[in-house]
Design a binder for this molecule. Structure first.
Ligand SMILES: CC(C)(COP(=O)(O)OP(=O)(O)OC[C@H]1O[C@@H](n2cnc3c(N)ncnc32)[C@H](O)[C@@H]1OP(=O)(O)O)[C@@H](O)C(=O)NCCC(=O)NCCS
Length: 188
């Protein structure tokens, strides 16, 4: 990747990774997200559902998204039925995010599907290539508060992820994992 001369050139350089349609969608999702994100609960659930039904690649049913949940690259998110997401959770779907049915996501969770490169010498990380890595969260998963799901991870069906865990590796179905890095602490 050619080194940008300044922050503006850096920002413009990033746009080449997207089609015109995707750039437009990124703008539209920013504005629509900003309008609905902070609306209070009962008044907020419905407009948030409508906006994300429109923006996501797929959203199979009504979902409860609490205030201040942030989504980026919504056109790369697919979601099954019955999603519940608590406040201040952050979804970055650069590499795609797939969510199965009946997934419960706690507050302050970070699900970010792009990995910054850092091995091109010592140049700033922000100038190095970002690798998209899809995250999959299968049916019936529960992510506790403050969980971080690393790029490329598959959270298998029925997994419970304890509060505060950093999930660096894919999990096995119906296990309970916790800690940093997340390790199995039990079965269901
Ligand atoms: C993972 C969880 C479900 C496990 O509950 P549990 O089965 O009752 O587990 P226990 O409390 O019996 O703990 C079992 C062991 O795991 C450890 N443990 C439990 N949760 C942990 C966590 N989040 N991080 C690290 N260790 C954890 C306990 O310290 C205990 O260790 P020990 O055997 O060495 O004493 C629960 O602790 C949890 O994190 N829930 C998430 C709550 C939350 O975030 N809610 C937000 C609303 S969606």
């Amino acid at each position: 990747m050619k080194d940008p001369k300044n922050i503006i050139e850096y920002f413009l350089g990033k746009t080449v990774d997207y089609s015109i349609g995707e750039l437009l969608q990124l703008e539209i999702e920013s504005y629509l997200g900003w309008i609905v994100r902070g609306l209070p609960s009962f008044l907020g659930y419905f407009p948030r559902y409508l906006v994300y039904k429109l923006l996501f690649k797929k959203l199979d049913s009504f979902c409860f998204i609490q205030p201040n949940v942030f989504f980026s690259h919504t056109f790369r998110i697919t979601c099954g039925k019955g999603l519940i997401v608590n406040s201040n959770t952050y979804f970055h779907a650069l590499g795609g995010i797939e969510i199965g049915d009946n997934v419960l996501i706690g507050p302050n969770v970070v699900i970010s599907s792009g990995e910054h490169g850092y091995k091109e010498g010592r140049k700033p990380v922000m100038w190095q290539k970002i690798t998209p890595k899809k995250i999959i969260i299968e049916r019936g998963v529960w992510l506790g508060a403050n969980v971080v799901v690393m790029p490329g991870v598959i959270i298998a069906e029925g997994t419970i992820v304890g509060a505060g865990a950093i999930v660096t590796k894919s999990t096995k179905p119906f296990t309970i994992v916790a800690g940093v890095p997340a390790k199995k602490i039990g079965d269901r």
